[in-house]
Write a new protein. Structure first.
Length: 222
């Protein structure tokens, strides 16, 4: 241990590998879903953007005003409370990713099992080119399973064209999901941003889920 010259308090050294359970008051640690049933094949592919989205509270008023001035049309969809999941094909090879990792194919891995059962893998194998379906994995063991589901599902909200290195337009994504038989997040409306404030948009985000009997997590704007 050491004595802090300023406070004269006794402090302990903590070394790598030390058991700090009691010192930190940890009662239980549950590993993220991506680590439960499969080993990582590698990091998230560099040729696909990650799915992180900016919170509206972090936008500057000037950014919001630019949407109004330019008459930008937005698609408003329901935000699904799940775990980020990407299923892609590149050079004829299918891959499945969690938020931060590409995962090895494993029959016991929830991400891979759901990618196959949802029809996403078969859909990608039927196309020419390289695409990535991005969405939410929901079901038992995911984010506390607030939807009280008994099976896992993959709900798509974006399709990324890997060859062109750009996202497809929302209308195209909706239509392709219909063609492929994939679940798409509920589309609540399309609208042109006019005079709505952040407070009004946050209020609008309240309500029940379009898919399950529970309050929805929020809204996403594209």
């Amino acid at each position: 241990g050491i004595i802090d010259d300023d406070t004269q308090d006794f402090k302990e050294f903590i070394f790598e590998g030390d058991d700090v359970t009691e010192r930190l008051g940890i009662l239980k640690w549950e590993p993220p879903q991506e680590f439960l049933a499969a080993n990582a094949k590698g990091t998230f592919p560099s040729f696909i953007p990650k799915t992180d989205q900016e919170r509206i509270q972090n936008l500057k008023q000037s950014e919001i005003q630019s949407f109004i001035d330019d008459g930008v049309e937005f698609e408003r969809t329901e935000k699904i409370d799940g775990s980020s999941m990407t299923v892609f094909i590149k050079d004829g090879v299918v891959g499945v990713c969690s938020r931060n990792l590409e995962l090895k194919e494993d029959e016991n891995n929830t991400f891979w099992k759901t990618a196959k059962s949802s029809g996403a893998v078969d859909a990608l194998l039927d196309i020419h080119g390289s695409l990535a379906f991005q969405g939410e994995l929901v079901g038992p063991g995911i984010q506390g399973n607030s939807y009280e589901l008994t099976e896992h599902s993959f709900v798509v909200y974006d399709i990324y064209d890997i060859d062109l290195q750009k996202y497809m337009l929302p209308d195209t994504v909706v239509q392709l999901c219909k063609n492929f038989g994939l679940a798409h997040v509920p589309v609540l409306e399309s609208f042109t941003w006019t005079t709505e404030t952040v407070a009004e948009l946050l209020k609008r985000a309240e309500g029940m889920s379009e898919l399950w009997k529970t309050p929805r997590e929020g809204d996403v704007y594209k």
